[in-house]
Design a protein around this ligand. Structure first.
Ligand code: SAM
Length: 283
């Protein structure tokens, strides 16, 4: 954990739990503060599956990045809602399969900005950059990304576990469409999203419903969306969802696993992960 003084604490907003640091906690990271850990304890009381869900979501991101690099020849990424650096980061996966891959990271959390240096490493042939921005500012993100990427060539928009933190009032489908509109045909959309579709109807704990309730009670947005609403991100942005379609995150193309550690997938259920995941390709 980074040391802070009083001024920094206010600037970094560490007195209240924040999604990026809660996620870091679920992944076993150290970039979280007492307010985050206290909320995480409440979340895990309400839904002990949050840690499994975070790990499986991360695994989906790795496989999806490998997929678009290997099978669609993508070499450029705009990753929004990057999170606190956790190895392997997106550029490390992309550059493992295409050393010349270029990645622009974006997040709105000041703590992520503080740690962004860890994202600005990589191969000599490739490039990484970081933009301190909110997904609700798509034009600013595109303008900045254009300095590192060539958006007249296919690119990938990666919004993994991001849009459940954005309410309908900000029109998350419209934001995705705006970002994809600026990308060339052949571009890709990697997206995962929390859902209550898999919650057992009568369960009172261990559900995304309960997890959402705790987040909202702590002042965070947590918009759970169903399958049709999640599919609309892809369709409205002009992409066709690649095989095998939208799946629970742990089931998506498991043959592309990059992690050498034994996977939990065989032991995990959709109700535990509570996340839809998929990849779209723009024609
Ligand atoms: C659950 S983490 C996901 C991290 C990473 N994408 C992954 O899936 O492993 C969500 C991230 O989205 C960021 N975030 C939330 N709302 C955002 C917004 N409006 N604009 C940009 N980033 C946002 C948070 O700060 C956090 O880092």
């Amino acid at each position: 954990m980074m040391a802070t003084n009083g001024g920094d604490e206010d600037r970094l907003g560490v007195k209240r739990a924040h999604p990026a640091r809660l996620y870091d906690f679920y992944l076993g990271g150290k970039t979280n503060y007492p307010a985050d850990r206290e909320t995480a304890a409440e979340v895990l009381g309400a839904n002990p599956n949050a840690m499994v869900a975070a790990r499986e979501n991360r695994g989906f991101m790795h496989r999806a990045v490998r997929y678009v690099v290997e099978q669609h020849g993508i070499r450029q990424f705009v990753d929004i809602g990057t999170g606190i650096p956790t190895e392997p980061n997106l550029h490390q996966v992309a550059q493992q399969f295409a050393p010349d891959a270029r990645v622009v990271y974006t997040d709105n959390d000041p703590i992520v900005l503080t740690y962004a240096r860890a994202l600005l490493t990589g191969t000599r042939e490739g490039r990484t950059d970081y933009i301190d921005a909110d997904v609700r500012e798509p034009d600013r993100i595109l303008e900045q990304a254009d300095k590192t990427l060539d958006l007249s060539e296919p690119a990938c928009l990666s919004v993994v576990a991001l849009f459940h933190f954005v309410g309908d009032d900000a029109d998350p489908h419209g934001l995705t469409q705006r970002l994809l509109d600026a990308m060339a045909p052949g571009s890709a959309l990697i997206l995962s999203h929390a859902t209550e579709d898999f919650d057992p109807e009568d369960a009172t704990t261990g559900t995304m419903r309960e997890l959402g309730r705790v987040y909202r009670s702590r002042g965070m947005t947590l918009a759970l969306r169903d399958k049709a609403t999640t599919e609309r991100f892809f369709h409205q942005a002009g992409t066709e969802i690649a095989d095998p379609g939208l799946t629970p995150s742990h089931e998506w193309r498991t043959e592309l696993e990059i992690d050498q550690k034994p996977r939990l997938a065989g032991m995990v259920s959709a109700a535990e992960v509570g996340v839809w995941a998929g990849v779209g390709i723009k024609s």
